[in-house]
Design a protein. Sequence first.
Lengths: 737, 123
Amino acid sequence: MKEAQVKGVEVIRGLLRNVSGFLGSYESGDLLKLVSIKEGIVKLKEEFSHFEELQKLNGILDQLLGLIDNVSKFPQEEKLFISLATEIVNNLLVFFGHEISGRELIQRLNSSLSQLKELARTIATKKDGDTKDLPEEEGYPEDYFSSLVEDAKLLREFYHEATEHLNEAQFTLIELEHDSKNQELINNIFRNFHTIKGSSAFLGLKNIEELSHSIEDILALVRDGKILLSKELVDLIFYGIDFLRNLLDIMTVTEFQAAEMKKSFLRISIHRKFVQLMKRIAKEYTYKKIGEILEEEGKLRKEDLEYILSKQGETEKRFGDIAVEEKILSSEEVVGALQKQKQQEAKIKKLGFVKVSNEKLNSLVDIVGELVINQSMLKQEILSGDAHSTISERTLSQLEMITTTIKNLVISMGMLPIADVFNKLKVVARNTASELGKVVVVEMKGEETELDRNVIETIYDPLMHIIRNAIDHGIESPEERAKAGKDKIGRIMVSAEHKGSGIEIVIADDGRGIDKEKVLKKAIDLHLVDREKANTLTEKDIYNFMFLPRFSTSEKVTTVSGRGVGLDVVKKNLEQIHGRVEVYSELGKYTKFVIKIPLTLAIIEGFVTKVGDNKYVFPFSMIEEIVVLDKSEIKTSKDGDREELLIYHRGVYVPVIFAHRIFKEPLSQKERLIALLFNLDEFKYCVVVDEALGKQEIVIKGLSGALSEYDYFSGGTIFGDGSIGFVVDLQGLIEHA
Amino acid sequence: MKKYIVVVDDSEVIRNIVDQTLRMANYPDIILAENGVDALQKIKPLLGQIALYISDVNMPEMDGLTLVKEIRKLDSTTPIIMLTTETDKSKMRVAKENGATGWIIKPFEGEKFIKVVEMYIRS
């Protein structure tokens, strides 16, 4: 070949690839892309004109160009046009890649050409008619409902059952909107439609059967990961539910009398289009295997397909490789099919997850905990022995690194984003607000924040209670808000973020705030506090009353909250996961619940100290500074009859707490003291211990029996040398100081 | 003869750009309208003589999606092209369901725009 020709072929291949790309990503109605396709074909024609032997290809390109201007008005035909054009371009690509002969090309193109001509004829006849390419309304044949049972009682029962399933399905669908891959939800909604389909078939309600069947089929594909539950698909299913409701409505309107029902049913067939649409989606959008794609394109005979598949079973080679080796397909064909598959795959986004049972995961966490302990035991043993060499030290540090990596991995496996919980809360908020006739916008922040799955399971209930409370008690009615000069729409902000070694979840509403006087009055009425002592209570003390059992300030009992259960449950649930809750509020302006929970229940970075004869572990991330003090630096300040120890440190007075006092250990007699400086809720505290032993990974074990009652311990741990220690809960410690 | 191109957009700037682009490409018969209501008033006396509709999506009074529906009640065949900044495909899908022929995403190059127009009218 001459050089100019080689270059020309390169240009042609480039153009073909461009056009093929445009065709692959074309979406009906995207006019600019359509123009690009057209331009590409025009340029191809130009290039072809340089080669005498290629000019006969111009016929088919002209045919394409003739159609492209008209086809965009007819969606059905447009689809066919795009697929024919794709086929033609791909065949040309294969030809210019020297994979097939000119004769083979002409053969292939001829079949495309005849289809194109056929398409041109269809369009020519349509062009004069209506642009809207809607088929005639398809009615039902007269005998369609002949098997409808004439038992009003059964039909009524079906009506109730189906209504319930639809309600459930609708609710699940709302959740799926935000959590489209949740298998449990998908299974639930699948069962809903499956049941409706089953019973309607039994009763001869063919239209309902048809409709629910079409949705069930789609959901089965979703369940098997063969189709992505996109926003659009969710919307479609919502429409389907509406159609089903309409049909169910007809059942009640006709008072479950079969004859009347039949008459009405025969008249309403609009949903058949929906059924057709669902079927089309099921067919067109599902994930196909490469063999299936090739067979559909007519490039592979069924026998060959089966042969390759059997070969694949024996050799574990890839499908395409076998096909090319056996000379059944050209590599271009395989690549073409692979590209097609990839496009589909992108559409479907197969999930890359493995399911692991909770139980297995938990025992893995436990085992890793043991591993961490053993590793530190080994370290201690080697370092304290005389025989340790640089090699053993290096191996040891390697081992340490590996253990840490495994630990982090295992912890992250057990982590889930809080988004699931947040989305459920959105649904709760929506329902609660509409129940109470209030308008509320819920804003969410930090949904991606990850939490231990065990924590996630527990956190939903308390958060739900707080949200319901916020809408019921916090957010005022629209009229009341307008009167107070607020926006009629109430706002609730829910956020989650990492803070220190834990997670902070904030739920804030811009409602009427908490009336402290009211809370206090109620507390006095319930004899929770003496009238005289009431004046000495801090804001925090007053809010704490709300977390006591049977405490509710709402005068009215509503279905939502206000029965006096709620906040005490919130507190209890949170305690289970070592979480705590704080309340901030300003009357008439806002209420804010701040919930702090640890990231994981299993392993923390601890700072080990010795107080008296025992070891105490403090959460390392909370420590700001370790200071050495002279006993004389500690000053005593008197606040009424309360005596407080303070040190002056970096310009501020910091209260000093002797850990000994709280843990009931003998007080240190030393003059120089070691103290840990903490920052908790923007206050600094200085905790005096006897010895600082160092940072270490700590596996927290729950405390049992009498020990579990001390709320200044969040757990216990076993050290490498077999000794035990207590894990300190700082908040608890400070409350006891 | 069908000759008019109806251009509906609430932005005067865009209206003028489209107007000029079309004039430069030798399409002199252009009807400009500010919104759906305005457009419908101007369309009614010209039915049968319109070759192409070009409309914005977001407009006051009557938006493009409604306008398409209204036009289709009067004229079921003439192509309607939506001008949109929407990357939101679902809105475009609604437009198509309502009877629009297709869409062009703003901003666009004049040359490409004319090519699209040429697909529907020969000057």
